[in-house]
Design a protein around this ligand. Structure first.
Ligand code: AMP
Ligand code: MG
Length: 476
């Protein structure tokens, strides 16, 4: 399909106008394409060549609106670091509408009714991070928003220093957040909760549409989806960094990439967000925070679903999370059979990885080649006894498996390449100096994390010590 053949509709605009504000994007000056994503283009049926045209840049810049597109921003509230903020909303996100089941949104296309003190802009640095990481997460099998394109510009944006403005065109099955429900609960507009729930069911949970108990079943789905999403994050070593309720998706996809990080060495207490001094959103705290966020959603839904019922559903979170986590960790270890001691085996390993400062990703990738010779694994640690002891247990456990494809399966499960912050930083610095080639190479790497990429071999090694534990601020 050609770009001008895309047709948008905006079912969100059929809701009461209190849900949104119609707005016009403010295009960036002198825009240029940093990267177009052919995989995402395919999702909406767009021809590959279309991402290379001037019209495409105008489209991503919000300068040209396509058929049916009526731009709008969404209103929501949210608990930020545990404190309720009554009105947030899309301060720098402008929705273009829905096409082929995807809701397209410009991030950084100027101020909206919800911008508060913000300028409605996004800088190149954070836009590159969001663009690449959403694609990386998808390739790792983790539910996430996607990104169609990234444009930069010469327009200056004030942060701690002057930076260049950019826009990411993001796509999601839904942009409704836990905080969207919270807005209507805390402003006592409880009739709007039903309207929103009906919309969410029609968009994201169509199989519940004619069910008598649809609202409760929707909540149950959100609990399950969130538990499974968190299991994915924990198994791959992803720290989101800002799990406020306005950054939690009702469709259980990873949204709003900010100061996130992948673990270098395994560290349960790792905090990627430089402003999160107490570690509320530390790596290990993510599942309990998700549970707390779901309890806030339950409160917001209490006028339409009894709190006793949502609380009961919420009780299943721990079990749902553990089951999924164990399933994912078994796969990382190449175990097909279920054994009652498997969780203990995983915990033992995490203890070793933590105490030995072993790079989480590099360890599992090396283990994926393991056929009995421990040399490559032991080379990763300074003190070998703890890992040797674990490997004895692992060997015993492997004897109960009959899978001859174990190594092949593990190599398709344990990525060789993940985008650590120092790698992204290299691409950002180049792009800020006008060279976008590394951004595009990293997109390729992100989309094929299990393959060998000889020219980027160094990115698969343990993180160089001077680059470990980089912390990022929320400023973006
Ligand atoms: P975030 O931490 O990116 O999830 O943002 C939290 C809230 O602040 C959201 O409502 C954003 O829309 C808003 N926000 C963040 N940065 C800006 C900005 N530069 N201009 C306007 N609003 C912003
Ligand atoms: Mg946000």
């Amino acid at each position: 399909m050609k770009l001008n053949e895309l047709i948008f509709n905006a079912s969100y605009l059929e809701l009461d106008p209190i849900f949104y504000n119609k707005t016009t994007p403010l295009p960036l000056q002198k825009p240029y394409l940093i990267s177009g994503n052919l995989e995402a283009a395919k999702l909406i049926g767009l021809d590959a060549g279309e991402t290379q045209t001037e019209e495409f840049i105008d489209f991503v810049n919000g300068k040209v609106l396509l058929k049916g597109s009526q731009p709008f921003s969404m209103c929501y509230a949210g608990h930020q670091f545990g404190h309720f903020v009554p009105r947030l909303g899309d301060g720098r996100a402008i929705n273009l509408g829905e096409t082929q089941g995807w809701n397209l949104q410009l991030k950084g296309a100027g101020p909206t009714l919800y911008s508060r003190q913000g300028d409605g802009r996004a800088v190149t640095r954070s836009s590159i991070r969001e663009y690449l990481m959403s694609e990386a997460m998808h390739a790792l099998g983790i539910p996430t928003t996607r990104a169609l394109a990234l444009i930069g510009s010469d327009e200056r944006v004030a942060r701690e220093r002057w930076e260049k403005g950019a826009i990411v065109l993001r796509m999601s099955p839904s942009w409704v957040r836990f905080g969207t429900f919270e807005y209507f609960y805390y402003t006592d507009q409880h009739d709007k909760l039903e309207e929103l729930a009906d919309y969410v069911i029609a968009q994201s949970f169509t199989h519940l549409k004619d069910k008598e108990d649809a609202y409760f079943l929707m909540y149950e789905e959100v609990v399950k989806g969130t538990a499974e999403l968190l299991a994915h994050w924990q198994s791959v070593g992803f720290n989101h960094g800002v799990m406020n309720t306005d950054n939690m998706s009702i469709a259980s996809v990873t949204i709003d990439y900010g100061p996130y990080a992948f673990l270098d060495a395994y560290d349960f207490n790792y905090i990627c967000n430089h402003t999160d001094q107490e570690g509320r959103y530390s790596f290990g705290n993510q599942p309990p925070v998700a549970y707390w966020n779901l309890s806030m959603l339950a409160r917001a839904l209490s006028p339409i679903i009894s709190i006793e019922r949502t609380e009961k559903s919420l009780e299943s979170f721990g079990e749902l999370f553990s089951q999924k986590y164990l399933e994912l960790m078994r796969a990382k270890l190449g175990l097909k059979k279920k054994h009652s001691n498997d969780l203990a085996l995983v915990k033992h390993l995490l203890g070793v990885l933590g105490s030995q400062d072993l790079d989480y990703t590099a360890f599992f990738r090396t283990l994926s080649h393991y056929t009995g010779n421990t040399e490559a694994l032991l080379e990763l640690c300074s003190l070998q006894t703890p890992l040797n002891e674990w490997l004895d247990d692992y060997d015993k456990r492997l004897k109960e498996e009959s899978d001859t494809d174990r190594n092949t399966n593990m190599l398709r499960t344990n990525p060789k390449y993940i985008l650590k912050n120092y790698i992204l930083q290299e691409a950002i610095e180049k792009a800020e100096n006008g060279d976008n080639t590394l951004v595009n190479s990293l997109l390729e790497l992100a989309q094929n994390p299990y393959d060998e990429h000889l020219e980027f071999e160094r990115y698969a090694k343990s993180t160089p010590s001077s680059y470990q534990n980089l912390k990022l601020s929320c400023s973006s």
